[in-house]
Design a binder for this molecule. Structure first.
Ligand SMILES: [Zn+2]
Length: 450
């Protein structure tokens, strides 16, 4: 007799989808088999039971120009739980004036109200060559993935190639990983200056200010630096066919490369920038063409893409107030709650990917990339009991109002989705059941990375 038994579902274990029961005692999975009885039982017949999704790239209450992204760690993780996400990965807030370990400890305090587990990437801003101890101390705190920007020189977040080269070498020595927002800064600045001079700063110009070559060049460059320094490289949010091809080429040449993309680069395109509310769709990299969408789906099918994340970074309509220039906007889209349903509905339901592949992209892939597998990301004995029961037939039309993210618009408004999470279990606790949240702020734990 276990504490909680999930009975009769199709469960996705590492070896594939099988019909079985799952037994949970305390916060762990303790049994997988048949006729498992529990003091509490959930009937999952007709349902799909997946390892809880890991959204491995989100930004809750991110400080941006004196403002903050509109979800905090409480609202954002409640929304995540409703969408079947049981772990998020946010970022420490980098600054040239503070050190990574202090930034990580500060972010723990901000994240203390999380309702699901979380871990952090260390954001690297203003790092100076020689400060290798920053990475070693961060690793001791359980943070082993470090985020760099090859762009945003205007706001001071860019790391130049020299600092990146020395940092990658230091991170390689401690067995860590480098994660890079890869876009060529100089090309973006030159094209933006030209658009500024012509007074063409409307939303249709946004993709022209940072075309795909920016991503392609930067991925090729950081791919080479990673290869020569021996660091594992994670490319954040690949948005374009040329960027994807650069990632493939780097991997063929020997770079240990992990590739991310996001639902908005698979399901939305630059056509939205002609709309009246185009500014709400401001994201970086920008949305691309339908040909790029198709190339990224191919990248998922052929294994180039390892992870799907949302880059959840919501701002409300008021925060995204349109002034006539895309340079004045805060950038980012809401996504954490719709990650699993959108990928199930657009990936598994039409037969583009299997349910097993979905579990790799959303759970085991990110968990491995973070060094938290198999504690997270697997339905296996001994793993944390982070599970989502998905009703493959439940249909829903997306609106901002029907979701729980603290954002008054949604980029997928009006889309019909087939397949929706109905029960979310976090470390053995049922925290969402049929649309009702039953968790409490502060129950989420920081998960250290290997
Ligand atoms: Zn991001």
């Amino acid at each position: 007799m276990v504490d909680l038994a999930i009975r009769g579902g199709t469960i996705v274990v590492p070896s594939g989808a099988v019909r079985a029961d799952i037994g949970i005692a305390g916060d762990k999975i303790v049994a997988i088999g048949t006729e498992i009885r529990g003091s509490r039982e959930i009937d999952a017949s007709g349902m799909v039971v997946l390892p809880g999704a890991i959204d491995a790239h989100v930004h809750m209450e991110l400080p941006v120009r004196g403002d903050r992204s509109s979800d905090d760690f409480r609202t954002g993780t409640i929304a995540a739980a409703h969408g079947g996400v049981t772990t998020i990965v946010d970022f420490s807030v980098g600054s040239p004036d503070t050190h990574l370990p202090d930034e990580i400890e500060a972010r723990w305090k901000t994240a203390a109200k999380a309702v699901i587990d979380y871990t952090l990437h260390g954001e690297v801003v203003g790092w100076q060559p020689g400060n290798n101890a920053d990475f070693a101390h961060a690793a001791e705190l359980g943070v082993r993935t470090f985020k760099f920007y090859t762009t945003y020189s205007r706001s001071g977040r860019m790391t130049d190639d020299g600092a990146m080269y020395t940092a990658f070498a230091a991170i390689a020595r401690i067995g860590g990983r480098a994660m890079v927002h890869s876009e060529n800064d100089a090309i973006i600045n030159a094209l933006t200056a030209l658009l500024e001079k012509k007074g063409e700063l409307g939303m249709t110009a946004l993709p022209h200010s940072r075309p795909a070559i920016c991503e392609e060049e930067a991925i090729a460059r950081v791919g080479l630096i990673a290869r020569r320094t021996g660091v594992t490289l994670r490319i954040a949010h690949i948005s374009s066919a040329p960027g994807l091809e650069a990632a493939r080429a780097a991997r063929r040449a020997g770079t240990r490369l992990i590739a991310e993309t996001c639902p908005h680069y698979l399901l939305l395109d630059e056509g939205v920038y002609a709309r009246e509310d185009a500014h709400l769709y401001a994201a970086m990299p920008p949305l691309r063409t339908t040909a790029d969408n198709a190339a990224l789906w191919n990248g998922i099918a052929d294994g180039t893409i390892n992870i799907i994340v949302t880059d959840h970074c919501p701002f409300t309509r008021a925060q995204k107030h349109w002034t006539g220039s895309f340079l004045d906007l805060p950038y980012g889209l809401p996504g954490v709650e719709t990650l699993l349903p959108l990928m199930y509905s657009n990936g598994v339901a039409p037969g583009r990917i299997t349910i097993e592949r979905l579990a790799e992209l959303l759970s085991s892939g990110p968990a491995r990339a973070l060094g938290i597998y198999p504690r997270k990301g697997a339905i296996a004995i001994g793993s944390d009991a982070d599970l989502v029961v998905l009703d493959p037939h439940k249909e829903l039309t997306i609106t901002a109002e029907s979701l729980h993210m603290n954002c008054d618009f949604n980029p997928y408004t009006g889309r019909r989705v087939t397949g929706w999470p109905v029960v979310t279990i976090s470390r053995g606790a049922v925290i969402v059941e049929n649309g009702t949240f039953r968790g409490e702020p502060g129950r989420g734990k920081f998960i250290p990375q290997d």
